[in-house]
Design a protein around this ligand. Structure first.
Ligand SMILES: [Zn+2]
Length: 462
């Protein structure tokens, strides 16, 4: 079953897809605390590379409206959102009980501006989804998003609010089926859990499994009820390299796209699956990581590209910049242009992350077994789509939702169906009112900072 695929140089794909890139210049200022691995600064570093490689000429750059409370509660509970919006390092003592209940503390510290940080992360993914829904872009990018561990009422693994789930909920307004792909070294547990009993979202996570955070994502975890066979877990061992990763990633994703026929894809590009990551034990080079982006793009479906983990930040910035190039049909040159964080790329100043000589613990026999199990499960999704293929009717909710699903249990465990959620939010806000459509109302082009303008001017002179 498992066949090793050749790993060729990237070729620029012919079809031009319209790319919308979301960036908020405040995002790099948030700080989890001294010694904490998660550094939002890497998003600013990525942005600086993207600007100095002149990718702003290829794509539209937007600053999203930060997500509002009534948007965050489309997935998270009111109490949890309320807590995150109110807690600060100064008033922490007032929230002793909540800290325990909502799992805020060591891994997920309360830092200055925590709530705004969440609003930025979620706002980008929600507006990216809204623009895809409206057909005004083909690819939406939000590197401040991809925070896949956040649960409905719990912070986990450096994640507080799940921008991915919120983005997918937005996509489900228009798209009958959404595929979520997670290439972070950690299992995409928060997203999987949110849609575990749902057949309108298929989640596929490729991750290190075995004595590794968060501990979930076993091969046998395939979904429940209507969602059975709609959660795909690919547990991997230490040291997986470009060729092996590609050889397991591509046949699985191809099978899902062909059999499940998603009409939109969300790709989480966690950079902790790169070789040399501070937390991740995989051995992917920049090109091995980027191959996932290039492969998913090749299907030509509406696509949302998100960030995620990534703790050797110079390599995360390199890889996300390189991937942004590919999404714009450009293979970026290896010489890193001068930029605000140039010294981070010493001593090579090259746009490259190389694999190391670490041992690969994934045998061909093991990958063969995994591939066979995954494809056998996926076979069940082949002939019985719950939703009509090929057409998206005008009123998706009426067509696609089995309203009997909204049992008390469904409401309790996953917020119930989209229809139920819509019912809940409609009275308070006019989200569906044409004028207040997220994609229309809240978007404006981002203003470059004076420093960025200067850098660009400098580049254009040379
Ligand atoms: Zn991770």
């Amino acid at each position: 079953m498992y066949v090793e695929l050749p790993f060729d140089e990237f070729k620029v794909l012919p079809a031009k897809q319209r790319v919308a890139y979301f960036y908020d210049q405040d995002v790099g200022n948030y700080f989890y605390g001294t010694g904490h691995c998660m550094k939002p600064h890497r998003i600013r570093m990525t942005h600086s590379l993207i600007m100095n490689y002149e990718l702003y000429k290829k794509m539209e750059i937007y600053r999203a409206q930060p997500a509002a409370k009534d948007e965050l509660t489309q997935f998270h509970t009111d109490e949890y959102v309320d807590f995150i919006s109110r807690v600060t390092p100064d008033n922490l003592a007032l929230f002793e009980r909540e800290q325990t209940v909502f799992n805020v503390g060591d891994d997920c510290p309360v830092f200055d501006g925590l709530y705004e940080f969440c609003q930025i992360s979620c706002g980008g993914s929600m507006e990216g989804a809204a623009r895809l829904n409206r057909g005004v872009c083909d690819i939406a990018i939000n590197y401040a998003g991809g925070l896949h561990h956040a649960k409905k009422l719990e912070a986990l693994g450096f994640c507080y609010m799940n921008d991915i789930v919120l983005g997918i909920i937005e996509l489900l307004r228009v798209h009958p089926r959404v595929l979520y792909i997670d290439t972070d070294v950690h299992h995409g547990d928060g997203v999987e859990e949110a849609f575990y009993t749902n057949d309108r979202v298929m989640t596929a996570s490729f991750h290190k499994f075995g004595e590794f955070f968060p501990g979930t994502g076993n091969l046998n975890d395939i979904g429940l009820g209507k969602g059975k066979y709609h959660s795909v877990n690919v547990p991997l061992r230490d040291g997986i390299d470009d060729v092996l990763y590609k050889s397991i990633f591509e046949p699985i994703i191809r099978a899902i796209v062909e059999w499940y026929q998603p009409s939109a894809i969300v790709l989480q590009c966690g950079g902790d699956s790169l070789s040399g990551d501070r937390l991740g034990p995989f051995n992917l080079s920049m090109r091995g990581h980027a191959n996932c982006v290039q492969f998913v793009k090749s299907f030509g479906l509406p696509m949302m590209v998100l960030g995620g983990g990534g703790y050797t930040i110079r390599n995360v910035a390199r890889t996300w910049a390189y991937e942004t190039g590919l999404l714009n049909n450009v293979v970026l040159e290896s010489e890193i242009p001068y930029n605000s964080y140039y010294e981070y790329y010493a001593p090579t100043y090259e746009l490259d992350v190389r694999a190391s000589n670490m041992t690969n613990a994934n045998s061909r026999e093991y990958l063969d077994k995994v591939l066979l199990a995954v494809l056998t499960n996926l076979d069940h999704t082949k002939h019985a789509p719950s939703v009509q293929m090929n057409e998206v009717p005008a009123d998706a909710e009426d067509m696609f939702y089995d309203r009997d699903e909204d049992t008390a249990e469904a409401m309790d465990t996953q917020g119930g169906s989209q229809y139920a959620k819509d019912k809940l939010v409609e009275p308070e806000n006019e989200f569906y009112d044409g004028e207040k459509d997220r994609g229309e109302r809240n978007i404006h082009t981002v203003d470059l900072t004076a420093q960025e303008m200067e850098e660009i001017d400098e580049l254009n002179k040379n």
